[in-house]
Write a protein that binds this ligand. Structure first.
Ligand SMILES: [Zn+2]
Length: 239
């Protein structure tokens, strides 16, 4: 019995699917934690077009499962205690808690620590709120000059109504809303992710739909958009 096994990849839109051809009778599709990796096992003789069609027919199912994993990831609770890992623009830091009777603050120290100064007996919920405020402030600092710069280059007229803080934790795009939606989670990801989100949303001021023209505009103003998009999607917080 042969154990021949051929690994390859299949790309459908923004999705990369691992294809494993082996000595089996039917297709087996799986979505795996933690970040929703997609894998399909196929019989050796099956041609790529058939595999592709099968995956396309299961796209809603794949997305549903990926969203579930994303949800689980979101629900990983932080307690905001000494020694925990926290992320700030793609870098991992160790949290240090300093208790002092003064106005709370969050600072970065030696590129290694996030020092959170809080009053004694600050609840975990309050600690989280302090951290989120810091994320939001930093995001604003980094995003404002970028938006100004990019909107000038792209010749779009951006008003404050376009910028709105997002309520959900994950960045999603609603092409008809014409708003830059930001949330604190973006402050955890590498800064290149910000660039993608900004150019993407500004591009919608020129082209509301996710059509060919839209991706052309993206290509003009952010030639590396595909890489950035992948980074945004796959960059995962791990402890
Ligand atoms: Zn969009």
């Amino acid at each position: 019995m042969s154990h021949l096994c051929i690994n390859s990849h299949l790309c459908i839109n923004d999705l990369t699917i691992e294809v494993i051809k082996k000595n089996i009778k039917n297709l087996h599709l799986g979505v795996y934690p933690p970040n929703g990796r997609v894998r399909i096992a196929s019989p050796l003789a099956m041609d790529d077009d058939r595999i592709r069609l099968f995956v396309i027919s299961k796209m809603a199912w794949i997305r549903k499962h990926q969203q579930q994993f994303a949800q689980q990831e979101r629900e990983t609770q932080r307690e905001y205690i000494d020694g925990e890992s926290h992320y700030f623009f793609g870098q991992r830091y160790l949290l240090r808690i300093v208790e002092q009777n003064q106005k709370p603050s969050v600072t970065i120290h030696n590129k290694k620590y996030i020092i959170m100064t809080i009053r004694p007996q600050t609840s975990p919920g309050h600690r989280e709120a302090i951290m989120r405020r810091r994320y939001r402030d930093e995001l604003k600092n980094r995003i404002t000059p970028r938006i100004t710069h990019r909107s000038e280059k792209m010749n779009v007229n951006l008003t404050s109504r376009h910028i709105k803080r997002m309520k959900t934790k994950r960045w999603t795009c609603n092409p008809t809303a014409w708003r830059i939606r930001l949330n604190e989670e973006l402050a955890k990801k590498p800064e290149q992710c910000l660039e993608y989100v900004i150019v993407h949303e500004l591009a919608h001021l020129i082209e509301p739909s996710h059509n060919h023209n839209f991706w052309n505009i993206m290509g003009t103003y952010l030639p590396q958009w595909k890489k950035r998009k992948d980074l945004l999607k796959t960059w995962k917080l791990s402890i």
